[in-house]
Design a protein around this ligand. Structure first.
Ligand code: DOR
Length: 421
C-alpha cells in the first residue's frame, strides 16, 4: 500500500518536526514538509506520528496458558497499544527452551499477522536453572535473546556459562533479577507498608544482589547483559556506576515502577501484585532519574496477563503480574512527558529505538528506508483507563480509573494498517 500521512508532528530521533510522511512498499519512502502524491492520505493534523513501540518484555502465554492470553489476543492488544514489535518471554508450557517451540511461536505470529513477534528462548532447560537450553538451535530458529524470566538463574556458574554461550551465538541474556532465597515467599515490597498490611515483604536486596551479580559476570567476561524490570533505587545506582566504568550493561523498567508506590498494596487489591513488587517514593524518583540520565535505556511493559480466577483470590495466592500492552504509551506520556521529565522524543527512544538497538532489530525510528512501523497518536484528549475494555485477555490492571493522555489512533506494521481506533 502507498499512502501519505499528512500534517502530523513527526517524532524523530532528537526532536519533533511538522512534516508529511510517505509510505511505499512497506517502507518509509519520504519525509518532507509537503508531499503531494496521488494516493491514499491519512490526516494527522493535531496528532503525533511515532515510530511503532518495541516492547522487549511481554508474556503471550501461548503455548500452554491460552486461558490467560494467546498470540492472537496479545498481538491485538499490542497493536491497540501502538506496539509494532514485541519479544515474548519463554515461561510458557512447554517452556520455550528449544527450536520447536521457537518455530511454533513464529508460525503462529505469522498466521495472526498483526505485529512482529520475536521469541525469547529460555536460558536453561525448563527454566529450572540447572542445564543450558538448546541455545544455538533456538538462535537458528529465530530466538532474538535468552531469559529465564520469572526467575533468576541462581547458580552463578551456570549463569556465567550461559553468558558465554549466548555471546558465542550473538544473543544477549535478559536477566530477571531475584534472589529467590532472600525473597522467601515475599509478595510485596518489604517496608513499613508490608508491616501494616501483614503481607510478606521482599527486600530490595533480593533484586539488587542479582543485578550486581549479573554485572560482575558481564564485567569479568566483557559480555553485554541486559537487566529486566528494574524496580529499586539501589538497583539504578548499581547500574549507573557499572555503566560509568564501561560495563556493557543495559536496563529496562516498566510503567508501574515509575507511576506507583507500594501504598496501593494497602488495599489488598491483587491487581497491584507484581514481581518485582511496587516499591516506595524514593525508588520511583530514582527510576525516573535513571530514565532521564540514561542509566535506564528502555521502557518495557512486562505485560503479564492473568485470568480473573488467578487474581480473584487472597493476596498471598494471587498470580504476580500486570497487563500492560494497552496502557504503556499513555502512562509514559502522562507521567514522564506531560510532567516535563522526558521529551516525547526521548520517551520514544526508550520505547522504540533503544530496544531495537539492544536486540539488533530493524526499526525503532522514523527515517527514510526504515520499515513503515508507524503510529498516529493523539496526546490531547484525556480518557480513563478501563481494563474491562482491553483486547488482552488479561484485564488485570491497577490503573483502572486513572485519567491519562495518549493513545494510538492508527497502527501500521510494514505499511499495513493493523489497528484503527
Ligand atoms: O509479575 C510478573 N509476572 N513478573 C514476572 O517476572 C513474571 C510475570 C508472569 O509471567 O506472570
Amino acid at each position: 500500500m502507498k499512502f501519505v500521512i499528512k500534517n502530523g508532528t513527526l517524532v524523530l530521533n532528537g526532536g519533533e518536526i511538522k512534516a508529511d510522511l510517505l509510505v511505499d512498499g512497506g517502507k518509509i519512502a519520504g519525509i518532507a514538509p509537503r508531499i503531494d502524491e496521488n494516493c491514499k492520505t491519512f490526516d494527522a493534523s493535531g496528532k503525533y506520528v511515532l515510530p511503532g513501540l518495541i516492547d522487549m518484555h511481554v508474556h503471550l502465554r501461548e503455548p500452554g496458558f491460552e486461558g490467560k492470553e494467546d498470540i492472537q489476543s496479545g498481538a491485538a492488544a499490542a497493536v491497540k497499544g501502538g506496539v509494532t514489535q514485541l519479544c515474548c518471554m519463554p515461561n510458557t508450557d512447554p517452556v520455550c527452551d528449544n527450536a520447536v517451540v521457537v518455530r511454533y511461536i513464529k508460525s503462529r505470529a505469522e498466521e495472526v499477522n498483526l505485529c512482529k513477534i520475536h521469541p525469547v528462548g529460555a536460558i536453561t532447560k525448563g527454566e529450572k536453572g540447572e542445564s543450558l537450553s538448546d541455545i544455538g538451535k533456538m538462535k537458528a530458529a529465530g530466538a532474538v535473546a535468552l531469559s529465564d524470566d520469572g526467575k533468576s538463574v541462581m547458580n552463578s556458574y551456570i549463569m556465567r556459562l550461559a553468558m558465554e554461550y549466548a555471546s558465542d551465538f550473538g544473543l544477549k541474556c535478559l536477566c530477571h533479577c531475584e534472589d529467590v532465597n532472600l525473597v522467601d515467599g515475599g509478595v510485596v515490597n518489604e517496608s513499613r507498608n508490608s508491616t501494616v498490611s501483614g503481607l510478606k515483604g521482599s527486600p530490595r536486596a533480593a533484586e539488587d544482589i542479582m543485578i550486581a551479580r549479573e554485572i560482575a559476570l558481564s564485567e569479568s567476561l566483557g559480555i553485554p547483559v541486559h537487566i529486566c524490570h528494574v524496580s529499586t533505587y539501589s538497583g539504578v545506582e548499581i547500574i549507573r556506576s557499572a555503566k560509568a566504568r564501561g560495563v556493557k550493561v543495559t536496563a529496562e523498567t516498566c510503567p508501574h515502577y515509575f507511576t506507583l508506590t507500594d501504598d496501593v498494596t494497602l488495599t489488598y487489591d491483587t491487581f497491584t501484585k507484581v514481581n518485582p513488587p511496587l516499591r516506595e517514593k524514593r525508588d520511583v524518583e530514582e527510576i525516573i532519574r535513571g530514565l532521564f540520565d540514561g542509566t535506564i535505556d528502555c521502557i518495557a511493559t512486562d505485560h503479564a496477563p492473568h485470568s480473573l480466577k488467578d487474581k480473584q483470590t487472597e493476596y498471598n495466592l494471587a498470580a504476580f503480574g500486570i497487563s500492560g500492552l494497552e496502557t504503556s504509551l499513555a502512562l509514559g506520556y502522562t507521567y514522564l512527558v506531560k510532567t516535563g521529565k522526558l521529551t516525547l522524543s526521548r520517551l520514544m527512544e526508550k520505547m522504540s529505538l533503544n530496544p531495537a538497538k539492544i536486540l539488533g532489530l530493524k526499526g525503532g525510528e522514523l527515517k527514510e528506508g526504515a520499515p513503515a512501523d508507524i503510529v498516529i497518536a493523539d496526546f490531547g484528549k484525556p480518557y480513563k483507563i478501563d481494563g474491562s475494555k482491553f483486547l488482552s485477555k488479561g484485564k488485570n490492571t491497577p490503573f483502572n480509573g486513572f485519567e491519562v493522555y495518549g493513545r494510538a489512533e492508527y497502527t501500521f506494521v510494514d505499511g499495513d494498517l493493523k489497528y484503527k481506533m
